[in-house]
Design a protein. Structure first.
Length: 161
């Protein structure tokens, strides 16, 4: 007799279940539940006082030479020291560019970048990660020389995560 009751209730249960509204389409669900990406811009001025080139191959400016540095970094107004950077570049195209990797060190974390440093004009490098307040960050860093001697550079980090 219990089997008959369950079978008799089955059409009622199915009819009740069909009254539920359908779930929203995937694109609508994602749009309403995904938080907006976090973005941050950090502008600093590097004082390139420790740059040193090691000649590793053919004498003079040649592929494979290594540029190393560990410099102080100042706020965007170029008034207050707020951190440092350190890294290296390998000469890939003499007279044209270096391929670089370095870390910006600030009080609340570090940001790493990698990419080409051009001999002439502005450069754009990829932000490859970070620590502390910058953990999980990506984006790009725009580099602009402030003088013809290459002693000061504007770095503009456009971060997103």
């Amino acid at each position: 007799m219990a089997t008959i009751r369950v079978v008799a209730l089955l059409p009622f249960v199915l009819a009740l279940a069909s009254c539920q509204p359908p779930p929203p389409p995937p694109s609508e669900a994602a749009a309403t539940s995904a938080p907006a990406p976090k973005t941050q811009t950090i502008a600093v001025v590097e004082h390139a006082t420790t740059d040193a080139v090691t000649d590793t191959g053919a004498k003079g400016n040649s592929a494979g030479d290594v540029l190393t540095f560990a410099n102080e970094v100042f706020d965007a107004a170029n008034e207050k020291k707020i951190g440092s950077d350190q890294g290296f570049c390998v000469r890939t195209a003499p007279g044209t560019s270096w391929e670089c990797l370095w870390t910006l060190v600030l009080s609340d974390g570090q940001i790493t970048v990698e990419g080409p440093f051009l001999d002439a004009g502005d450069s754009v490098l990829a932000v490859t990660g970070g620590t502390g307040a910058y953990q999980g960050a990506g984006g790009e860093m725009k580099l602009h020389s402030r003088d013809a001697k290459g002693t000061e550079y504007d770095f503009r980090y456009e971060l997103a995560w």
